[in-house]
Design a protein around this ligand. Structure first.
Ligand code: PLP
Length: 424
């Protein structure tokens, strides 16, 4: 069969073991949603979980903390247990709390302890801006100059990071390393196992921002001996806008005093003793701060159940199948149209999306939206396309390429301005 044909796309869908999950999501029949790496779609199970929580509030009032479908007092810990399977950790090492940026602040406040020569933080030039803002402000809190104390590893091509170059910068001046697990633009997966080994050989603590990797690829944080990690749950995990984030702390660090303490970090049994001496939980739970945002946690109960059932290995396998298929179609259908694939072509280095570069990217994205395809744009020239294992079909990938080809052939993008919208 011609692998670029519609029949082939349909045959891939027929063979897909995960295809029935698509029916569990709210999918607008008139759009092809390729933006699940920015905001995942709502599933019926996530919706049910929110409604159950609202109902518990309605029925039990304050008793909802300990009664109902998913008692609020234990929700962050209970969800952390499911999440632990997705990140390769033991149950006590994961907690659902805060937001990505707040969790990074918490972890840097805890693990960045400049001493003697070791006063710097090592990060990279391609990471998400919020991480850089947070790390620089943590450096300032220690009264150091962020310009000299935040070392950002450079990329030679603006797309990828070279692990050898990162390792070469793990000097005796570095106290802490924070790197992305998957780069948000190119989708490159960093070798977390190797980077952790090399950091530890040099006596440096290392943590990862897993926003773009959680729910898309398997992790083995505990086996790799990573010190800490943090991530958001509204991208690949479909937890909803602003859903509560995740945090991993290696059990070796249990008992380390949280940099930012708060009463929800207490041992559960004694929290309500209301003592002024803080007794932190002997788990990742110690890194919680205040009362959990229960209504933003609730959707994760429904969403994570689907990940547990489908299994992260099957999700990864389908995701790779889809991004590989997408790349093949781009190579074939868009040849000679000045596109460049800015994501790794080898499976093991590619995360959950494909980054397609073009100098007219901003207005090509607008033309795609006009034609019912939802991509996402990253300035100045990237169209990110994310087929999602639980709800995207191969047919939709094929159709996206037909639409893109037509937009280019008819120069439809020329009708739009080549600039981004406020939210991109
Ligand atoms: C999405 C994302 C964030 C967002 O942080 P929030 O605190 O959730 O706004 C941070 N880092 C990376 C790498 C991201 O992809």
């Amino acid at each position: 069969m011609d692998t670029y044909s519609l029949e082939y796309a349909k045959s891939l869908d027929e063979q897909d073991e995960l295809k029935h999950y698509r029916d569990e999501f709210y999918i607008d029949p008139n759009t092809i949603y390729m933006d699940g790496n920015s905001l995942g779609l709502l599933s019926k199970r996530a919706e049910r979980a929110v409604l159950d929580t609202l109902n518990d509030w309605k029925q039990y009032g304050i008793e909802g903390w300990t009664k109902g479908t998913n008692p609020w007092f234990y929700m962050s810990e209970n969800l952390g247990k499911s999440m632990a399977l997705l990140v390769g950790a033991s149950e006590e090492e994961v907690i659902m709390t805060g937001s990505t940026t707040v969790n990074l602040h918490q972890l840097a406040a805890t693990f960045y302890k400049p001493q003697g020569l070791r006063t710097k933080i090592l990060a990279d030039d391609l990471t998400f801006p919020s991480d850089i803002y947070a790390l620089k402000s943590q450096i300032k809190l220690h009264a150091y100059d962020p310009d000299s104390h935040l070392v950002q590893v450079k990329s030679t091509d603006g797309r990828f990071l070279d692990e050898d170059v990162i390792i070469a910068q793990m000097t005796e001046e570095v106290a802490l390393i924070v790197l992305p697990a998957v780069l948000y633009r190119s989708g490159q997966v960093l070798d977390m196992k190797r980077l952790t080994e090399e950091a530890h050989k040099r006596g440096i603590l290392i943590g990862f921002d897993a926003c773009h990797s959680v729910g898309a690829i398997p992790h083995s944080f505990t086996d790799w001996d990573v010190d800490f990690a943090f991530w958001c749950n509204y991208k690949h995990l479909n937890g909803g806008p602003g859903s509560v984030a995740g945090l991993y702390v290696n059990r070796r660090h249990f008992g380390t005093e949280p940099g930012l303490a708060g009463w929800f970090g207490s041992r559960k049994a004694t929290q309500f003793d209301m003592e002024h001496t803080f007794s932190p939980a002997e788990s990742a739970g110690a890194f919680q701060i205040g009362t959990p945002h229960v209504l933003s946690l609730a959707p994760l109960a429904g969403s994570l159940a689907m990940f547990m059932e489908a299994g992260i290995d099957r999700i990864r396998e389908k995701s790779l199948g889809m991004t590989r298929y997408l790349i093949d179609l781009i190579d074939c259908e868009l040849a000679g149209m000045k596109f460049y694939i800015g994501s790794p072509r080898e499976d093991k280095s590619r995360g959950g999306h494909v980054s397609l570069e073009h100098e007219e990217a901003a207005r090509i994205c607008k033309a795609l939206k006009k034609n019912g395809v939802v991509p996402d744009f990253r300035a100045p020239n990237i169209i990110r396309l994310a087929p999602i294992a639980l709800y995207t079909s191969y047919y939709e990938i094929w159709e996206t390429l037909q639409i893109l080809k037509k937009i280019m052939a008819e120069k439809q993008y020329e009708k739009f301005k080549n600039e981004r919208d406020i939210v991109a």
